[in-house]
Design a protein around this ligand. Structure first.
Ligand code: OX2
Length: 792
């Protein structure tokens, strides 16, 4: 790919005229963004087309995911194409700043959080390493809602991300597929996005399906004055892909949801099968598995298993036996959570409503399962426990594990919990299927692009930029851990990124923040198990101590939050209100002299994360041990040099292991300890025995913080001290870990005070972050599961 300045200038002018009837210089910023993007698409489209042709007969893996949390693409695509600096200089000549143009791009927020962002990192890493990995998903018209605060409460509005411009995708009408539900037939129309590898010329494809009506408009109805009826079919079809369900780790038992899932996997499988038929002469599909491997991202696409069997059996006339065996070779399954509220279980009725034939095939698979386990010598009750169909419900994880070739968890600890607890019986039956694939994140977006200053520093120190392609070289940074001038230079860069964030904070919240204060950051979805509440209660504790004694802490602290709560998750929204109240009270309290400030940034999203991760001193990874399968934000922070204050959970365990416990702050009970405590756990006792904890909790009820009569704070208070329904009080051990967290927080001040020590710890975290690159993760998937070779 040879993109030169002349070619770019020519295309920029061309698209300005073609799209907007203007000269480039007369475009608005938004139009400039579109003209630049169109130019990139035009200049790369020949290569893309050629590669699609060439790859049609190569082995490929497909990542099936209901979510791809892409964020913005311009900056990252320019970086990967190796033309970021070139475009930057062209824009400068024209009097524009590239960052302003980048800010015009809407985030493509087609995902909730970690699971969707992981999918996006994986596609980028695969392309960068020359692996044939394509993505298949849903093109939601409305991405994840936008969050804003009203009187401290979360409010939501729609995210109409693509209604004006969506220059990164191509609608390929000729590849449409027909999807048949029990009572509805719709079209699936593909939108293709290029995934550019980093400076290697590779282009992979993300294909997102949009639902459309077979007949858009009923002319006869219109003529009979039935205007609604005339467009009913269109609206009902488009409803299918209208919105992303805004739940992270919560199941939604709605017909529309299972129809979304069936819709996109059916379209994707039809696509894969028809391409296979086009390119290979193999009517019996004997070699299909040699060309196709499919990764199921959690249970959301698992209905693809019976759907593939249906296609092979009913449409390609392959026997059930052979179809089933093909499916067993092709599918692999990733589990992302052990939370019971996230495990997908569908009632038989809903599957029947979606596709009666798929339900029949699930029942046939179930029969195979029972036979196979019986032959393995399993007893009846053991078999019953592993059934796919139980109590009129379909257990999607069981279906996935039985048919998949490989099953993986997303961090060492998580996979062990799957093997030994959650999926113990499955592990007993099929031990060879289970494997761990610790998550990773792409250092190109999360370090090289987000933190250009730090990346230049690394280039200078290592005397080369090879680490940008081979991230294992980042380890060489260790050499500078004791070098005072290097640490000073490094700390200066950190300071610059903090100043940049203070500007964003000022602009979006009006709050003045001291860039010399400690930036203590927790950004992630709001969920009880992630324990933003522990962080909040600790801030209240600190505040109470400071009220007694202004000098209680020596270092100024800024606590920064970002988190969206699912719109129907009352308690999560209560925690948002609580933190906003804490911020309001503390930030306005003259008594404490600005010693602590609390900032809750609205609408946390990929593009905001890019500005936050580089500016963080301490990264809060404080989930209840055993509950966070992996976490990936923890890795983004680490790569940028933040110190993790974290529990022994998910990938934190591996972060501590790689970067050293001495360079991070670990606290809290382990999974095993919590299991022991659980039967006799009494949070009320802790509350009574520790006056500071009591005061912090009582602030919820005393009127010190006000919830505007929403009863939200009462709900939080009760959740900690009273058992409700089947749930214990303080299900997530907030009070149990409080004391240990308080000590860990004290350590933060101590560490920060000693600049050289702090800088060294930060630097060592970066130097040991290679393992957390999704390049490493993708290599493991490619070699051990997908059996792909690199085309680099
Ligand atoms: C998340 C997990 O909660 C998180 O720990 C993990 O890092 C991420 O997936 C990527 O593996 N929804 N989101 C997750 O799981 C589910 C279900």
């Amino acid at each position: 790919m040879d993109i030169t300045k002349d070619k770019l200038l020519e295309k920029l002018e061309f698209f300005s005229n073609f799209k907007f009837n203007k000269n480039y210089n007369d475009l608005t910023k938004e139009e400039k963004f579109v003209a630049i993007t169109d130019s990139i698409m035009a200049l790369t489209s020949k290569d893309w087309t050629d590669q699609l042709g060439k790859k049609a007969r190569q082995r490929k893996a497909y990542y099936f995911s209901a979510e791809f949390l892409i964020g913005r693409s311009l900056g990252n695509n320019l970086l990967n194409l190796g033309i970021y600096d070139l475009v930057n200089s062209i824009l400068e000549e024209k009097g524009d700043r590239i960052k302003d143009i980048e800010n015009e791009e809407e985030d493509a927020a087609l995902g909730n959080g970690g699971l969707g962002r992981l999918a996006a990192c994986f596609l980028e890493s695969a392309a960068s390493q020359g692996f044939n990995l394509d993505g298949y998903g849903i093109r939601y018209s409305e991405g994840l809602f936008k969050q804003f605060f009203k009187d401290g409460f979360q409010a939501e509005e729609g995210d109409d991300w693509s209604s004006f411009y969506n220059p990164w995708s191509k609608r390929i009408v000729s590849d449409e597929k027909i999807i048949k539900f029990k009572n509805q037939t719709v079209k699936a129309c593909p939108y293709d996005m290029p995934i550019f590898g980093y400076k290697n010329g590779q282009i992979n494809r993300l294909r997102l399906w949009q639902a459309e009506a077979v007949n858009e408009f009923d002319f006869n109805r219109f003529n009979n004055f039935d205007y609604d009826g005339a467009v009913r079919e269109k609206n009902e079809a488009e409803d299918l892909t209208r919105v992303l369900y805004p739940n992270d780790e919560r199941r939604e038992g709605k017909l529309l949801r299972i129809k979304q899932q069936y819709f996109f996997v059916s379209a994707s499988l039809q696509d894969i099968v028809s391409n296979y038929k086009k390119n290979f002469d193999d009517k019996e599909f004997k070699h299909f598995h040699e060309y196709v491997s499919i990764q199921l991202n959690d249970t959301h696409p698992v209905i693809g298993i019976p759907e593939l069997i249906r296609i092979l059996l009913d449409e390609e006339k392959i026997s059930f036996e052979d179809s089933f065996n093909i499916a067993r070779k092709i599918f692999n399954f990733t589990n992302h959570t052990i939370l019971r509220e996230a495990m997908e279980v569908w009632s038989v009725d809903l599957i029947d409503e979606t596709s009666p034939r798929v339900l029949e095939i699930i029942q046939m698979i179930e029969q195979r399962l029972v036979e196979e386990l019986y032959n393995k010598g399993f007893k009846e009750e053991e078999i019953n426990f592993l059934r796919i169909v139980k109590d009129d419900s379909i257990h999607m994880a069981n279906l996935a594990i039985f048919v998949s070739n490989k099953v993986n968890g997303v961090a060492e600890l998580h996979t062990n919990i799957l093997k030994n607890e959650t999926l113990k019986d499955w592990y007993g039956a099929y031990p060879y299927k289970f494997t761990n694939k610790t998550n990773g994140v792409t250092q190109r977006r999360w370090l090289i692009y987000s933190n250009m200053e730090l990346s230049d520093f690394i280039d200078r120190k290592l005397g080369s930029n090879e680490w940008r392609e081979d991230f294992s070289k980042i380890k060489e940074l260790e050499k500078f851990a004791e070098d005072e001038p290097s640490i000073r230079e490094f700390l200066e860069i950190r300071k610059k990124k903090k100043i940049e964030l203070t500007e964003i904070i000022k602009e979006t919240t009006g709050i003045d923040v001291d860039p010399n204060s400690i930036f203590d950051v927790q950004v992630k979805r709001l969920h009880e198990y992630k324990r933003q509440l522990l962080n909040a209660l600790h801030i209240v504790y600190l505040y109470h101590r400071l009220k007694e004694d202004k000098n209680f802490i020596s270092e100024k602290r800024t606590f920064i939050f970002g988190a969206k709560a699912a719109p129907a998750y009352f308690r999560a929204k209560a925690v948002i209100k609580f933190i906003n109240e804490i911020a309001r009270v503390i930030n306005n309290d003259k008594d404490i002299d600005g010693k602590i400030k609390v900032v809750f940034l609205e609408n946390f999203r990929v593009s905001l994360g890019e500005k936050i991760y580089p500016a963080c001193d301490f990264s809060e990874q404080i989930s209840t041990a055993g509950k966070e399968a992996s976490g990936t934000g923890n890795m983004k922070f680490m790569m940028n040099g933040a110190i993790t204050i974290g529990t022994y959970d998910g990938a934190n365990v591996e972060i501590f292991e790689k970067a050293g416990e001495e360079n991070n702050i670990r606290f809290g009970k382990t999974v095993e300890e919590l299991m022991e405590i659980k039967p006799n756990y009494d949070p009320y006792k802790i509350y009574q025995e520790d006056i500071y904890i009591k005061n912090a909790l009582d602030s919820l009820m005393s009127g010190e913080f006000k919830d505007n009569e929403s009863y939200m704070f009462l709900d939080i208070y009760n959740s900690l001290l009273k058992s409700e329904g089947g749930d214990r009080a303080d299900r997530y051990f907030v009070l149990e870990d409080f004391e240990s967290y308080r000590k860990a927080q004290e350590k933060i001040s101590e560490v920060y005070k000693d600049e050289m020590r702090f800088g060294k710890m930060c630097l060592l975290n970066i130097a040991n972050s290679a393992y957390f690159s999704s390049d490493r993760t993708i290599r493991e998937y490619a070699e051990e599961i997908w059996k792909l070779e690199s085309h680099n």
